[in-house]
Design a binder for this molecule. Structure first.
Ligand code: MSP
Length: 500
């Protein structure tokens, strides 16, 4: 039976339009979702928008729009990003949907029933930009540690007994070393929890834009409790059978490092308090800077992912973002570096290999897959180099997209080297059977590479597989070898060199 797999992006705040950071998380999840589907798993991939809270309310006010009209508009721009970057989520959730409000209120009632919530008064610092509370000791020069402005808040508030979960959380991290990844982030979270936890304010009364607290309509639910619940709303919580029963134990949340605490501390504590099972893993990725500078709206240096895909194509953007830095580390975005990688890895290494081999076959083998004779050691070496599915599985399981690409590109380099050494063009008049063998080995290697690059480069991989006349049912991670004599369509270049 197919193994269920559930992968989620954070839901994006709709206070502003999408930028490269949002595209990055979605692309990483999409690559893994595509890989798992190709591996035969039963995948549920969720993304969406986080539409409540003070930050969004303020943004709507600044635009002179009613919050609902404003969030409808901005949420749409996040939805539009999906086809542009070739992402394939199975669901797009909005926190303003009825299904979600009902799930949040149900979870709230459960927490009340379990005695995890009490009414009190909150006095402290709040940063609207982060939608987070900060203790006096956490402030740096009068600002949040993230640099966000803080304001003093005193209001009646419901609290969640987070302090009661310190031991259970630490036990969870110890017993499941992979629960938080990468390791360095896990250590940070553990230090934080070991330092002691305060109860968490989980309702606000000073604004209205949120899910109403059941039986106390003066309060709206704290936007993070609201937002985190999206992951189970989409699986039809409170119904715990069906999709929830099937997918929830296999959930992986991919998040940026800035929001790890909410996912790795608060979220499991809420779930424990409500007697719900926990997700399998929280993976925190790093942040992109732009040409060495922090990306921020005030610096005016945000990167528009739509412009990038219009200029370079979705495959190139996907490849660059996932290949340039190891997933989990911070990275620096440079347009020149994107162009360099495009030209060297995609146009020169991959595109040229495909073009050289397929146009050769087209011209010298009557446009059909040539028939191989006896394989020599070098031919076998090349074909063996493609047998790396176990390695690639390890890479993907670790969300090591850069390693996955690196391993795939080692085969491409091998194939290019092999072609240069074997010089099939020199055999046209002297040894046609040997030439056919070499071209067969190359074409079948390209087939295998294209199968493996599907999660990263969906468009180009499909184009290459089309040119090799591979039927759709033979496009899993591993398929059947090419059949000699199969007619091939006329080859077309897949990665034209980028010339600015
Ligand atoms: N709404 C919350 C998430 C709630 S999830 C239950 C939120 N939204 S966000 O729109 O501000 O950020 C969404 C994601 O984008 C985060 O994972 C964040 O790390 C990521 N990025 C935002 N800027 C980024 C970079 N410059 N680089 C990489 N990712 C970044 O937080």
């Amino acid at each position: 039976m197919a193994q269920p797999f559930y992968i989620t992006t954070p839901i994006y705040y709709v206070n502003d339009i999408p930028h490269i950071g949002h595209a990055y998380t979605t692309l990483a999840c999409d690559t893994l979702a595509r890989y798992k589907r190709l591996a035969g798993d039963d995948v549920y991939f969720l993304t969406g928008t986080d539409e409540h809270g003070q930050k969004v309310e303020k943004a709507a006010e600044q635009k002179g729009l009613a919050p609902q009209d404003f969030v409808d508009q901005v949420s749409q721009s996040f939805r539009d990003l999906i086809p542009a970057i070739n992402a394939t989520p199975d669901d797009f959730i909005r926190t303003t949907e009825i299904r979600h409000k009902q799930a949040v209120q149900h979870l709230w009632d459960e927490l009340v029933k379990q005695g995890a919530i009490y009414l009190g008064e909150y006095s402290g610092w709040y940063a609207v930009r982060d939608e987070a509370f900060y203790g006096e000791g956490e402030l740096v020069n009068g600002k949040a540690p993230t640099g966000a402005d803080v304001e003093w808040v005193t209001e009646s508030s419901y609290f969640f007994r987070l302090s009661a979960f310190q031991d259970r959380l630490l036990e969870l991290y110890h017993q499941n070393p992979g629960f938080i990844a990468p390791q360095s982030r896990r250590n940070e979270v553990m230090r934080f929890v070991e330092g002691g936890l305060h109860d968490l304010s989980i309702s606000r009364t000073s604004f209205k834009w949120g899910v109403t607290v059941p039986n106390d309509p003066k309060h709206v639910v704290y936007v993070w409790l609201d937002a985190l619940t999206n992951y189970i709303t989409a699986l039809e919580y409170p119904d715990q059978g069906g999709n929830f029963g099937k997918y929830w134990p296999h959930a992986i949340h991919v998040v940026g490092k800035d929001i790890l605490r909410f996912h790795a501390v608060y979220w499991p504590a809420f779930l424990m308090a409500a007697n719900l099972p926990l997700p399998k893993q929280i993976f925190a990725h790093g942040w992109w800077t732009n040409e060495g500078e922090k990306i921020s709206k005030s610096l005016g240096n945000t990167i528009d992912p739509i412009e990038l895909v219009q200029t370079f194509g979705a495959d190139a953007v996907r490849y660059f973002l996932l290949r340039e830095v190891s997933f989990g580390q911070d990275g620096d975005f440079s347009r020149q570096q994107l162009i360099n990688r495009y030209n060297s890895d995609l146009a020169n290494a991959y595109g040229n290999l495909v073009q050289r081999v397929l146009s050769f076959i087209h011209k010298s083998c009557d446009g059909v897959v040539p028939k191989p004779q006896d394989l020599q050691e070098s031919d076998q070496d090349l074909l063996n180099a493609c047998m790396i599915t176990t390695q690639l599985e390890t890479d993907m399981e670790a969300l090591a997209f850069h390693k996955y690409a690196d391993h795939a590109w080692q085969i491409i380099a091998h194939a290019n080297r092999y072609m240069d050494e074997q010089k099939p063009w020199g055999l046209k008049t002297t040894d046609v059977p040997r030439m056919h063998t070499i071209l067969y080995a190359l074409a079948d290697t390209i087939r295998q590479i294209a199968l493996l690059t599907q999660p990263l480069l969906p468009v180009a991989s499909a184009a290459i597989l089309d040119q090799l006349a591979i039927p759709l049912d033979q496009r899993k991670l591993v398929g059947n070898p090419l059949k000699p004599g199969t007619p091939l369509p006329e080859p077309k270049g897949v990665f034209p060199r980028y010339v600015p």
